[in-house]
Design a protein around this ligand. Structure first.
Ligand code: GDP
Length: 528
C-alpha cells in the first residue's frame, strides 16, 4: 500500500507546557486564530464553557475556576496540519499531562517574561526531557515589565541545562515594547502600539544594518538592538536543527500572546523546525510513521463528554499509516478485531467524523470501556507500544459506602474510573476494601462528585494507614510468592490485577526493600 508521505511530513503534533498563568490559554487562542481555525479569539474559552456546562461533574472545576480536561485541536497553517494537544493546567491532574506528553512529537514551553522558569514548567520540562521531546520556547508578556532577555536566556540555559538560541529578539519591553527582530528571516516585526489588537506589521530587512530599521525605531533602541545581536552572535551558538530535535537546544521566541504578537513567528518556527511524526518504540520493534499499516495507542480516555450518551472516548495517537473510517483494527490486549466506524477528530474543539487520518493525528474512538489507557490498535500485528505510564499515587483513601447493596456497582464504577486514568483503585487482599489513590487532593473531589452524578453512588473517603503504593515485580515467581505470603496485610491488586504493595510510610517501604532485595518496588508502571 502506498502512503501519502507528504501528509505525514506536514504534521506537527505538539503540546504547550507552562506554569499556570504564564499564558497558555491565551496563546492557544491566538495559535488557532493564526491557523484560521477560529474566527474570533476568545472562542476557545466560549466553546470550553459550553462543553463544560454539559457535564455535571465538571462543576467541580467550574467552582474552582480551573480547567481539568484535555482536548485536541487541529488546525492548518503554512501548509502544515497542526495537532495541539491541550493539557490540564492544574497540578493535581498532572498524570493526564504526562500521558499526553507521550503522544506529542514536540512542545512549546511558555514562560512569563517577568517570572522566568517556574516550578511546574520545570517539572513538565523534565518529563519532556525523559523522552527527548524537542522544545521551542516562547517568552510571553513582553508588553509588560519583563526581566532582561539575556538574564532569561541564561536562566533557561542554567536551570534546564539546555542550549538556547534566540529566533527573535525583543526591541524594548513593557510600555516601550516596539516589537522583535526575526533573526532567522531578517524581518522587523512591529507591534501596533495603539489599541493593541491589530496584527503586527512586518518589514523585510536586508540584515541589521538596513536603514529601514533606523527609519522605523527610536535611535537608542536601534543602537541597543545592534549591540544585543552582536553579543548574541558571540555568546549563543547558531540554531542547529539536529541539536534541537535531539532535545539539547531550544530556539527562543519573544512576544505577547495577549497582543497577538510573536505568535505568527512561533507558528512559522514550529512549521519549519519541529519534527513531523517520529518513530515509536513497541515491544517487538520500532514502528515508523511511513509504514503502510495503521497502528496507534490510547493515551487518554475521557468519559461522559456528552452526558446524554454516557460515552467514553478513547484518544488514540496514530503512529503509522493512513487510517480510513470503517477500518477493522486489532485490539491487541484482547485479540479482538474492532470496526472503527465512527471515529472523531477535533477541529478547534468541535467534534467531526474522521474519514481519513494519518500518522501523527489523534482519533477519538467512542466505546463502552473496551479501550483503556496504554492499549495498542494495529491492522493485525501483535505488538504493543511502550511508554504510556501509570504513576504511583501520592495519596490514598478508603472508599466508604453506606449502602452494602451497592458494592458491586461501586466496584464497576471504580474500575471504569481507573481505566480512564481518573484515579487508581486498589482492592486489598484481606478484607476486600477499595482503596483509591490519586496524585493530587482535588482528584478526590472530582471522584466523589462523579460517583454521585454518573453512578448515583454517595460515598465518603476515609483515611488509611498507608501513604505509599508501589507495584511489585520480580524476575521469578517464587520470590513474589514468598514476599506475598509474608505481607498479605499490605497487598492489593490494581484494576488490571497487578500486585501492589501498600506501605505505611517511606521507612516501611525501605525496610521491605532491604528485606526483599530481589523484589522490585515500582513507582511507575508502563501500561501494555
Ligand atoms: P494560563 O493559565 O497559562 O492558561 O494563562 P492565561 O492564558 O489564562 O493567562 C493568564 C493571565 O495573563 C490572563 O489574565 C491573561 O490575559 C494574561 N496574559 C496572557 N498573555 C499575556 C500577554 O502577552 N501580556 C499580558 N500583559 N498579559 C497576558
Amino acid at each position: 500500500m502506498s502512503i501519502e508521505t507528504s501528509a505525514i511530513e506536514s504534521r506537527r503534533t505538539f503540546a504547550i507546557i507552562s506554569h499556570p498563568d504564564a499564558g497558555k490559554t491565551t496563546l492557544t487562542e491566538k495559535l488557532l486564530l493564526f491557523g484560521g481555525a477560529v474566527q474570533q479569539a476568545g472562542a476557545v474559552k466560549a466553546r470550553g464553557d459550553q462543553r463544560r456546562a454539559r457535564s455535571d461533574w465538571m462543576k467541580v472545576e467550574q467552582e474552582r475556576g480551573i480547567s481539568v480536561t484535555a482536548s485536541v485541536m487541529t488546525f492548518e497553517a503554512d501548509g502544515c496540519t497542526f495537532n495541539l494537544l491541550d493539557t490540564p493546567g492544574h497540578e493535581d491532574f498532572s498524570e493526564d499531562t504526562y500521558r499526553t506528553l507521550t503522544a506529542v512529537d514536540s512542545a512549546i514551553m511558555v514562560i512569563d517574561a517577568a517570572k522566568g522558569i517556574e516550578t511546574r514548567t520545570l517539572k513538565l520540562f523534565e518529563v519532556c526531557r525523559l523522552r527527548d521531546v524537542p522544545i521551542v520556547t516562547f517568552v510571553n508578556k513582553m508588553d509588560r515589565e519583563a526581566r532582561d532577555p539575556f538574564e532569561l536566556m541564561d536562566e533557561i540555559e542554567k536551570t534546564l541545562a539546555l542550549d538556547v538560541t534566540p529566533a527573535t529578539w525583543p526591541i524594548g519591553q513593557g510600555r516601550d515594547f516596539h516589537g522583535c527582530y526575526d533573526l532567522i528571516h531578517d524581518e522587523l516585526i512591529l507591534i501596533d502600539r495603539g489599541a493593541g489588537n491589530k496584527l503586527p506589521e512586518i518589514e523585510k530587512c536586508a540584515g541589521l544594518d538596513d536603514p529601514k530599521i533606523d527609519a522605523r525605531l527610536p535611535a537608542a533602541l536601534v543602537e541597543k538592538l545592534r549591540e544585543d545581536v552582536e553579543m548574541i552572535r558571540g555568546l549563543c551558538q547558531p540554531f542547529d536543527e539536529e541539536s534541537y530535535r535531539a532535545g539539547h537546544l531550544t530556539p527562543v521566541f519573544f512576544g505577547s500572546a495577549l497582543r497577538s504578537f510573536g505568535v505568527r513567528e512561533l507558528l512559522q518556527g514550529l512549521g519549519e523546525m519541529a519534527p513531523s511524526p517520529r518513530p515509536a518504540k513497541a515491544t517487538t520493534r520500532m514502528v515508523a510513521p511511513t509504514e503502510g499499516k495503521v497502528a496507534g495507542f490510547v493515551f487518554k480516555i475521557q468519559a461522559n463528554m456528552d452526558k446524554n450518551h454516557r460515552d467514553r472516548v478513547a484518544f488514540v495517537r496514530l503512529v503509522s499509516g493512513e487510517f480510513k473510517r470503517g477500518m477493522k483494527m486489532k485490539h491487541v490486549r484482547s485479540g479482538r478485531m474492532l470496526a472503527i466506524n465512527n471515529p472523531v477528530q477535533f477541529m478547534a474543539g468541535d467534534r467531526e467524523t474522521a474519514d481519513l487520518a494519518y500518522a501523527g493525528d489523534i482519533l477519538g474512538i467512542p466505546n463502552h470501556g473496551t479501550l483503556r489507557i496504554g492499549d495498542t490498535l494495529t491492522e493485525g500485528e501483535d505488538l504493543a507500544f511502550l511508554g504510556v505510564p501509570s504513576f504511583a499515587p501520592e495519596m490514598l483513601r478508603r472508599v466508604k459506602l453506606d449502602d452494602p447493596m451497592k458494592v458491586k456497582h461501586l466496584r464497576r464504577a471504580l474500575e471504569q474510573l481507573a481505566e480512564e486514568g481518573a484515579s487508581q483503585v486498589f482492592r486489598r487482599q484481606i478484607g476486600g476494601d477499595y482503596v483509591v489513590g490519586v496524585v493530587g487532593p482535588l482528584q478526590f473531589d472530582v471522584l466523589k462528585s462523579r460517583l454521585l452524578a454518573e453512578y448515583g453512588l454517595d460515598i465518603e473517603f476515609e483515611s488509611v494507614p498507608f501513604e505509599l503504593a508501589r507495584w511489585v515485580d520480580a524476575d521469578d515467581k517464587k520470590t513474589i510468592e514468598t514476599f506475598a505470603d509474608a505481607n498479605k496485610m499490605n497487598l492489593a491488586e490494581d484494576h488490571d490485577g497487578a500486585l501492589v504493595y501498600l506501605a505505611r510510610n517511606q521507612w516501611y517501604l525501605q525496610r521491605a526493600k532491604d528485606d526483599y532485595p530481589n523484589v522490585r518496588f515500582l513507582a511507575t508502571r508502563e501500561q501494555i
